[in-house]
Design a protein around this ligand. Structure first.
Ligand code: IMP
Ligand code: MG
Length: 179
């Protein structure tokens, strides 16, 4: 079957790698010698998180790792910006510093809600890091602490981000263009 869409490259592999090293340096400064748990928000952030973790190694930051999955309620049902955690973390977060890692900040609901949940779990410091930010799409007031790239309001895929659960394997970030 013919595909009725194509991928237009937006951010190259080299640009991603470079920027991740800069982010890792900033994050290392933020946490200094403090212990930190990296909490990756699945599934989209898994490749970014793996590369960020290995870049942090260069700055002598050796975080613990945990994962969670979240799903937002359908738009009409959302009045409070509620996001449901469908797979929780396993490391106790009480008294810990956390760096939440997501692929992209869109409406802002996911990070805002999960940050609040982490604090309810007793985390001391919660910082957030995203590979990409689409500030023009914001529905709640939210600014991630560490942002890789600010991008326009376009649907992007690759480097962990999916289009109908596929194309996470593409090593760069691309915009989906419908023919
Ligand atoms: P929000 O900030 O709560 O609206 O949601 C962010 C989530 O929406 C991200 O973690 C992605 O899973 C998904 N998302 C938003 N924009 C895109 C995109 O352009 N491509 C793929 N996933 C996206
Ligand atoms: Mg996601």
């Amino acid at each position: 079957m013919e595909k009725n869409f194509t991928f237009a490259p937006l951010i190259t592999e080299i640009e991603i790698k470079h920027r991740i090293d800069e982010l890792a340096e900033q994050i290392a400064k933020e946490f200094g010698d403090e212990e930190v748990i990296l909490v990756a928000i699945l599934k989209g952030s898994f490749i970014f998180t793996a590369d960020l973790l290995r870049s942090l190694y260069q700055y002598n930051v050796h975080p613990q790792m945990d994962f969670l999955r979240a799903s937002s309620y359908g738009h009409s049902e959302v009045s409070s910006g509620t996001v449901k955690i469908t797979l929780g973390t396993t490391i106790p977060l009480n008294g810990k510093n956390i760096l939440l890692v997501d692929d992209i900040c869109d409406s802002g609901r996911t990070l805002k809600s999960i940050e609040a949940t982490m604090k309810e779990y007793g985390a001391i410091k919660v910082k957030t890091c995203v590979l990409m930010d689409k500030p023009s799409r914001r529905e709640v007031e939210y600014v991630p602490n560490f942002i890789g790239f600010e991008i326009p309001d376009k649907f992007v895929i690759g480097y962990g981000l999916d289009y109908a659960e596929k194309y996470r394997d593409i090593p760069y970030i691309a915009v989906v263009q419908h023919n």
